[in-house]
Design a protein around this ligand. Structure first.
Ligand code: KG4
Ligand code: ZN
Length: 308
């Protein structure tokens, strides 16, 4: 990254093929693959950016949350490079990265902002008053939105990775034909496990008689319940806060086409909405570098009980 906003290279190696036969991510395999691939990926990144070690001011590495084996590999490689090259290094929270993907997308985007960060493990509403400070306003009590999509996709026989497949199937479904409950907790908390169970029971009731159209209708109903629940709390958070000019929706689930469309409708006329393009929604290195360049030189002074 240059100046925290301009992507010089963003090399991604997907591990989907590695994990497909297991129907989900196998942590040990993921960590080993990180170790094997990182050196070559780093070479590619430098080559694509057409820079050398001398051009680098700061290294950024994800320090968590995530799979501990993968984090260890990343931190080990990062610290090795920092020592070898004599450069400073900063640890970045993975969720900061998702928010900073929006700063890459919208060059004049600055805090304060309200963020909805939806990934495989998080569904967090966060207030960001300034760079490097994040106050979590609400999160999920049980499953994250991405996890719920992945589990629902598996129940519908869509395999791994489930979220994108469910998105595609939902496009040919009618959410009104097989309606599912919409989760609703007081305040700004989310819960998706009840919805997941409702889908399980519906599929059990349909049994052998379930048709492809039923599956598409259920995918659409499930997607609609998750998306409307996410946006209902975003709407509530927007009403509670003093008027904020900037809203960000990000994380892997922000690649979902219904969420992108409905978020634009909910936020329209009230604030500017930034949703990163698909390749910056799902996990990537550019967002971590961007977060590192905005936060790396001034460690955030935050209350750990309130923030990421
Ligand atoms: O942020 P991310 O790439 O990785 C984590 O930090 O977890 O998010 C991955 C999650 C997965 O649960 C995946 O199924 C979901 O994002 N996802 C989607 C879509 N694309 C990715 N969920 C719904 N619709 C999509 N189009
Ligand atoms: Zn992520």
């Amino acid at each position: 990254m240059e100046d925290g906003r301009k992507v010089l290279s963003n090399v991604i190696h997907s591990q989907v093929d590695l994990h497909t036969e297991f129907g989900g991510v196998v942590p040990e395999l993921a960590a080993r693959d990180h170790l094997e691939r990182l050196p070559h990926l780093l070479e590619l990144a430098l080559e694509e950016a057409a820079i050398g070690a001398d051009d680098i001011d700061l290294l950024a590495v994800t320090r968590g949350p995530g799979l501990v084996g993968c984090l260890l590999v990343g931190v080990g490689v990062g610290e090795g490079l920092a020592t070898g090259w004599g450069k400073p290094i900063t640890g970045v929270n993975h969720l900061w990265g998702h928010i900073y993907a929006a700063m890459i997308t919208q060059p004049d985007l600055e805090p304060p902002l309200l963020g909805l960060v939806v990934s495989g493990a998080h569904s967090d509403l966060v207030y960001m008053p300034e760079h490097g400070r994040f106050q979590v306003l609400g999160r999920t009590r049980d499953d994250a939105a991405g996890e719920a999509f992945d589990k629902a996709a598996r129940m519908l026989g869509l395999g791994f990775p489930g979220g994108p497949a469910l998105d595609r199937l939902a496009r040919i479904g009618n959410p009104g034909r097989q309606p599912l409950p919409r989760p609703s907790l007081p305040g700004l908390e989310y819960s998706f496990s009840g919805l997941k169970t409702a889908l399980l029971y519906r599929l059990r009731d349909l049994g052998q008689s379930v048709t492809d159209q039923d599956r598409a209708d259920l995918a659409a109903a499930f997607e609609q319940s998750v998306v409307e629940s996410l946006l209902e709390k975003l709407n509530q958070a927007m009403l509670q806060r003093p008027p904020l000019k900037e809203v960000v929706v990000c994380g892997g689930v922000a690649a979902n086409s219904l969420l992108r469309r409905r978020a634009a409708e909910v936020v329209a006329g009230r604030a500017r909405l930034t949703i990163p393009p698909l390749e910056l929604c799902t996990d990537n290195a550019a967002m971590i570098a961007a977060a590192g360049s905005f936060t790396g030189r001034q460690p955030a002074d935050v209350d750990p009980s309130l923030s990421w």
